[in-house]
Design a protein around this ligand. Structure first.
Ligand code: CTP
Ligand code: CA
Length: 223
């Protein structure tokens, strides 16, 4: 593998990948997060690097270790992820596989909340920046190819198609993550790739195989 690095169809291309969940603190010992192992984003970064890309891997606290041969930027929160992504640009392509928390807790401080006989705590939320949308809609320094993800539990195609338009990204990789599929936390994925002019259902395959196929598509698009 080492001999392959720096060679291949993505040689000379710089690609940003976001991956994993973000953790939004409630207090110093508690947080809210999405369920995300980071497996699919990690596999994509590995596949892109294996095809010769220079990969910047911006990752929240994932279950799986980051791949070798990429520049790893570890973050906790959505705000940190947006800042790291901004630092990592410019890039030829951006793949936004992270499961970013939609909200952060307002007023999270450096003191632990304590149980009290006076009642339960009340959390108030504020919206996080939408990283994919922010980068997709940049007038300057937008990657030539921006790929978003849509993990849905129902009406997958309709939600994902609407999401592509709303965000302004080029492609959406959509999947059904309802519990019966076993995709969340598993090693396989079944995705639909939505591009400018087509919708492709890919058969269920390993997350590594999805990553390789997506990396090949990205290489073709950037060629
Ligand atoms: N995303 C992002 N920043 C956010 C939220 C989402 O970059 N604050 C990206 C994800 O990495 C993914 C895409 O946007 O590529 C879609 O995420 P998703 O959570 O499905 O979309 P939302 O717009 O947050 O809609 P929903 O209400 O379905 O959660
Ligand atoms: Ca979301």
């Amino acid at each position: 593998v080492e001999a392959q690095l720096g060679d291949g169809p993505l040689k000379g291309k710089r690609i940003l990948v976001t991956s994993g969940p973000t953790h939004e603190p409630i207090d110093p010992v508690r947080y809210i997060a999405n369920r995300s192992s980071g497996a699919q984003g990690t596999a994509i970064a590995r596949a892109l690097a294996a095809m010769g890309a220079e990969v910047v891997f911006v990752t929240g606290p994932a279950d799986v270790p980051p791949p070798d041969g990429v520049e790893v930027v570890a973050v906790q929160t959505a705000k940190e992820m947006l800042a790291a992504v901004g630092q990592a640009l410019p890039a030829d392509a951006g793949v936004f596989a992270a499961a970013v928390a939609d909200w952060h807790v307002e007023g999270a401080g450096d003191r632990k909340l304590k149980k009290s006989k006076d009642g339960l705590p009340t959390l108030s939320f504020a919206e996080n920046p939408d990283i994919l949308k922010t980068i997709s809609q940049r007038s300057e320094g937008r990657p030539r190819l921006v790929v978003g993800f849509a993990a849905e539990t129902n009406d997958v195609l309709a939600h994902a198609t609407a999401k592509r338009a709303r965000k302004g990204c080029d492609w959406i990789v959509a999947n059904d993550v309802s519990p019966a599929t076993g995709i969340m936390g598993g090693s396989e994925n079944a995705v639909t790739l939505i591009t400018e002019d087509a919708t492709e259902d890919w058969p269920r395959m390993s997350k590594d195989a999805v990553a390789t196929r997506l990396a090949a598509r990205i290489a073709a698009a950037l060629a």
